[in-house]
Ligand binder design. Structure first.
Ligand SMILES: Nc1nc(=O)c2c([nH]1)NC[C@@H]1CN(c3ccc(C(=O)N[C@@H](CCC(=O)O)C(=O)O)cc3)C=[N+]21
Length: 292
């Protein structure tokens, strides 16, 4: 009943096409990677590290490696058994940090619960933190200083900019507070003069907060958790959820009749995450090879 009313009151949202924008960014990245190779004789190289064999993680990593290959970025993969200890993982990553042939390092999250993931991330040398997961990168981002953004938050900001979303003074509501997604995207939005509210599992009356969002970022990892009826009419809705079966955190069908702009899943934030990873890898290589 409510849904029918909404359809008659609002136009369906415009889609924010992450696939198209990621394609444009990656074409520029390919040219930049070719330039690094031509000027130094060395191709940019991303090292990826996976602990265990979680099928979703394996799929995401294959996508990242395939995208690297297409862009002229070499990738080196390290697969470790699920039983790997924190010390072993830190030693592996420290080795990659010290290897001059490696320009960027990505440790696929999540690692098993027996591993101190923060310690493992911190073994990534700051200049190779192309995934933007270290304390160094987070602090630089928080202070608005140059550095590598966490890839998904960085990709979200690129999407907002491409669609000319004005953030100044807008109420941005971030649902989720994870270290590499919710927290950093809130900081980036704050850096652009949005008024930022973080919501999480302990938030009292979540829908009442979500309904105030001019810009809503859903990053909780619960399929179709955000209902269209809680989207403020005209809001910009960013679905950063990745759940099994390529289902987002937003109930797209109901939300698109309330939002003015919305990211689809798939084809929204996901491809942007990879585009930013590749772009930052080539930037890291250019810096380490003395070009910039
Ligand atoms: N250290 C670390 N950094 C990450 O950036 C990171 C991570 N760990 N762990 C897992 C999440 C997840 N993630 C995705 C990237 C791309 C898509 C993506 O491109 N998805 C496609 C669809 C994928 C498909 O077709 O199967 C889309 O949304 O259109 C999704 C999810 C990066 N993550």
């Amino acid at each position: 009943m409510v849904e029918t009313q909404d359809r008659s009151q609002t136009q369906p949202a415009r889609l924010m096409d992450g696939t198209a924008l990621a394609g444009r960014i990656t074409r520029e990245t390919s040219a930049a990677a070719a330039d690094v190779l031509r000027r130094t004789g060395v191709a940019p190289c991303l090292a990826t590290v996976l602990v265990g064999e979680d099928p979703a993680s394996v799929t995401y990593l294959r996508m990242k490696q395939a995208r690297c290959a297409k862009a002229g970025i070499e990738s080196r993969h390290v697969s470790l058994p699920a039983s790997t200890s924190t010390a072993e993982l830190v030693a592996t990553i420290t080795g990659l940090s010290q290897d001059p042939a490696v320009h960027g390092i990505l440790l696929q999250h999540p690692v098993g619960p027996h591993i101190d993931e923060r310690a493992a991330f911190e073994a990534i040398a700051p200049e190779k933190d192309v995934d933007g997961v270290t304390m160094h990168s987070f602090a630089a981002m928080g202070f608005g200083l140059p550095g590598f953004a966490s890839c998904t938050p960085g990709g979200i900001m690129r999407l907002l900019d491409a669609y000319e979303v004005d953030l100044t003074g807008k109420h941005a509501v971030v649902v989720g507070r994870s270290a590499i997604l919710g927290r950093p995207v809130g900081m980036l939005l704050l850096g652009r003069d949005a008024t930022v509210t973080y919501c999480h599992s302990r938030t009292v009356d979540l829908p009442s907060v979500v309904r105030q969002a001019d810009v809503l970022v859903a990053a909780v990892g619960r399929p179709r958790f955000i209902r269209g009826e809680d989207v403020k009419p005209g809001a910009v809705v960013i679905d950063a959820g990745y759940n099994p079966g390529n289902v987002g955190d937003v109930d797209f069908e109901s939300a698109r009749h309330r939002a003015s702009l919305i990211t689809p899943v798939p084809g929204g934030v996901g491809p942007m995450t990879i585009a930013v990873l590749l772009e930052q890898t080539v930037q890291a290589a250019a810096r380490q090879l003395g070009l910039t």
